[in-house]
Design a protein around this ligand. Sequence first.
Ligand code: HEM
Ligand code: MTE
Length: 465
Amino acid sequence: LKHLPHFSRNQVAEHYDDSRRIWVSFRRGVYDVTEFVAVHPGGSRILMAAGGSLEPFWELYPVHQKSDVFQILEKYRIGNLNEEDVVEAQEAVDHFKGEPMRHPALIRRADKPFNGETPPSLLTEKFHTPNDVFYVRNHLPVPQVDAKTYRLEIDGINLTETTFSLQDIKKFPKVSISATIQCGGNRRTEMGKDKVVAGLGWTGGAIGNAKWTGARLVDVLRSAGFKPEAYKHAKQLHVKFDGLDTDQSGECYGASVPLSYLLDGNFDAILAYEMNDKPIPIDHGFPVRIVLPGIVGARSVKWLSRVSISEEESQSPWQQRDYKVFSPSVSLETVDFSAAPPIMDTPVTSYICSHNNGDKVKKGPVKLQGYAFSGGGRGIVRVEISLDKGKTWNVARISDTANLESTKNWSWVLWEANVNIQANAEIWVKAVDSGYNQQPEDFNNIWNYRGLLSTAYHKIYLEAR
Ligand code: HEM
Ligand code: MTE
């Protein structure tokens, strides 16, 4: 690196847009990231650092503090900062102080922002996952919200701009639905086993099922003038959701879904203020989150501050770049983010929760337990187990929570199967949903660089003793 030229902070500062090239500094290095901007997974926020240093931004998004990101950055190195311009790391501002306590049983996958996974073995204990051990997936610091001053704003096409307090929302008819929320990255670790994927490693516990209680989104929208008929001839519109969690520049977490979901009488979008009959815990969106059942978890925005009907999707990176699935041949360096739509309904999946890969079991009868779930309101028809790599299959018993005549199967089913293990065995599980969709046998052809929708058969190896 010594052979590279030296630059001053002022020289870096001159390069802050495309016409002058985009330079940033990090520690002792100077980088020309002009070409990287278009493929940056975090979107145009990267430009906030243009002409300056990355340190303050990467403190807020510690997802960058790892070797694969450093390697990407090094590819763009053009020089070194003048010695006198290298400032020692300033005392870090902790944007994450004041975060809520977390139950020690949650498996910590990241601290800042906090991400914790439910130990899969707990998931099958109850149909409704207890709040304290429900997985947490945060992208930004948790906002501190006072229920008394909390306001939800509603605005957009054909709506009268209206503001609601928590008390206002509680005046609408109170409805409850049971619904499973699953992260698009659930089971990512399995997909990354043979070929590396980018993102937080989760086993099968980035999923949970809860009773969500609150007001129907359409009821609240109606009081702001929402009339489904008014959108009949409109072109594709979107319902955007903003969270109160923001980064330094005030950009918030955001997501959207096509308006057609709300116009479909079958869909249940709930402005939830209770989770399993208790006020929603801080980590899960206190005081109000939107619950969009059957749709990937990323759209169920927590700490909801605003709902609007718009001609455009949410422009947040979690809508435009992350939570999209690309072809197996696409990499972080070649991706065209506009080539795939954001994930909405999720495909069928199943998981063995009772045992881990490599567990030792006593020869004889073994009870296997797990969950199966499909998005889009599709129910689970069947869960099947094989002990001989698919030559023969046994049907598992499933909880009676699926109603295959309904198009609103928003919850998972729990399943169990007794098998007789006499020798070391590989156990496979797969599920069939009410669209007769089945899981792929392995990850080869569904592999995607982000490790999303990792839904191949779950396979574990049990050693017989
Ligand atoms: C995500 C690289 C600058 C905001 C990412 C990821 C990479 C990356 C590889 C995906 C990480 C993962 O999830 O595994 C870079 C590089 C930068 C840069 C090489 C150097 C110029 C910035 C800046 C900001 C930013 C300056 C903000 C001001 C984000 C956000 C995400 C992200 C919001 C999404 C994080 C999430 O999934 O929660 N970046 N980044 N990045 N980046 Fe950057
Ligand atoms: N909403 C806000 N405001 N901020 C977030 O970081 N994460 C999303 C979604 N809603 C997120 C959010 C993602 S990716 C998932 S999977 C779910 O919330 C997780 O919900 P949970 O933490 O209650 O399990």
